[in-house]
Write a protein that binds this ligand. Structure first.
Ligand code: HPA
Ligand SMILES: [Zn+2]
Length: 330
């Protein structure tokens, strides 16, 4: 669906399509444990978040040079633009690369090169969100923030991702405080597999402005009331939820109930190369499975621009919002 939208929950490493993975493996002399792209695709059967993360981290071994990161981001931006994405706030996982010996500067400069020309090349404005891996230590996160200091002009926010259960937001209080002092904005994954309490911690202890996923807030009516009253955006990822078995099937996704409750919901792709579709595909899928009408779809698109970190450029936000109003559904 080409409805204009902002994508606010997108892991750039999760846009690595099998074809690019094999091309980069060849270029960099990396051997993949799969013979063909079809064989690799056949491995995309996941039981939960961890089973996906195992493959996600393994496949990143092909990403080594600045050019690799630039190519990855450019390929994503082209696909996103073709599905109506006008603005993208893009996660990356520096620790997944520095752990393999790739310097953080290689990652950020490579991504940055693609992002800085994206508006001209693809008509998509961009921001970069540095995510900490929550299954690593708080000290590692602090070290990563420190290593990113020479590149902060390219980074607008921090986030928290990877294996959620057992790694509550409170573990990262110090690094969120340090990032606040540096003027960075804050988001965190919470309530994907973890309990509603993790969403409360992300709000109260980390001071996040948006909650990534946040699906499990629906188990806690008081929390829902708070999220509604404070207009805290939730970056939902419907196809991801089905692939990682957070919901049984798309027809069971609570998105309609969440919208009816007044939550500020947005629809995003998470790791589109692995979960069966990009942003527009996620909109198509919820329209079809949940019978969303054009006004509900328009609300989701409006929400995405309301939730975007565009406070420094309200003129741009207003322009994107007027594109949403002008969009004609067929
Ligand atoms: O969906 C996700 N959840 C947590 N961590 C992640 N890292 C990439 N994708 C995800
Ligand atoms: Zn995610």
């Amino acid at each position: 669906m080409h409805l204009p939208k902002a994508e606010l929950h997108l892991h750039i490493e999760g846009t690595l399509e099998p074809e690019l993975a094999f091309a980069l493996a060849e270029r960099n002399g990396v051997t993949l444990p799969y013979a063909t792209t079809d064989e690799l695709r056949a491995a995309y059967e996941f039981d939960d978040l961890q089973s996906f993360l195992d493959l996600y981290y393994a496949l990143m071994a092909v990403l080594r040079t600045e050019d690799d990161f630039a190519e990855l981001a450019d390929a994503y931006l082209a696909r996103a633009a073709a599905q109506g994405v006008r603005h993208a706030e893009i996660f990356f996982d520096p620790q997944a690369h520095t752990a393999r010996g790739v310097p953080i500067g290689t990652v950020i400069e490579g991504l940055g090169r693609a992002l800085e020309r994206s508006e001209e090349t693809h008509g998509v404005s961009t921001q970069l969100i540095l995510c900490f891996l929550r299954d690593l230590s708080a000290e590692s996160a602090l070290g990563t923030l420190d290593a990113a200091k020479p590149y902060l002009h390219r980074i607008s926010a921090i986030g928290l991702d990877s294996a959620e259960v057992g790694h509550p937001p409170a573990k990262f209080r110090a690094v969120y405080e340090a990032a606040t002092a540096l003027g960075l904005r804050k988001v965190a994954h919470a309530g994907e597999e973890g309990p509603p309490e993790y969403i409360r911690e992300a709000l109260d202890i980390l001071g996040v402005e948006r909650v990534d996923h946040g699906l499990r807030c629906m188990e806690d009516p008081e929390l829902v009331a708070r999220l509604v009253a404070d207009r805290v955006p939730l970056t939902l990822c419907p196809l991801s939820n089905v692939t990682l078995r957070t919901v049984d099937k798309l027809a069971d996704h609570p998105l309609p109930e969440m919208m009816a409750a007044g939550l500020l919901c947005t629809v995003n792709s998470d790791d589109p190369a692995y979960f069966g579709g990009y942003a527009g595909d996620n909109f198509d899928a919820v329209r079809d499975a949940l019978a969303l009408d054009p006004e509900q779809l328009r609300t989701l698109a409006r929400n995405s621009f309301e939730a975007a970190f565009l406070d420094h450029d309200e003129e741009r936000r207003a322009r994107y919002l007027s594109e949403v109003e002008a969009y004609a559904f067929d």
